[in-house]
Design a protein around this ligand. Structure first.
Ligand SMILES: [Zn+2]
Length: 71
């Protein structure tokens, strides 16, 4: 399969800062990927608990985002 230069797909790997676990790989950082993150922080003992309706910013301070290189 040939990469299309005009439609680059960039993926982001989102990992939990607390426990270091890789949580999701997404194209864009928004729902529903964020929902998976919130679910993780509810059960992750290494992270501080989130509020009932966590802000995106509060979530992003708890994760590490890395660009996934696609060869
Ligand atoms: Zn975690």
């Amino acid at each position: 399969m040939q990469p299309m230069p005009d439609t680059p797909t960039r993926l982001f790997e989102v990992a939990c800062k607390g426990c270091g676990r890789s949580l999701v790989i997404v194209e864009r950082l928004r729902d529903p990927g964020i929902g998976a993150l919130v679910d993780h922080f509810r059960v992750c003992g290494a992270s501080e608990p989130l509020g009932k309706a966590p802000m995106l910013g509060a979530i992003m301070t708890r994760v590490r985002v890395a660009v996934v290189d696609q060869a």
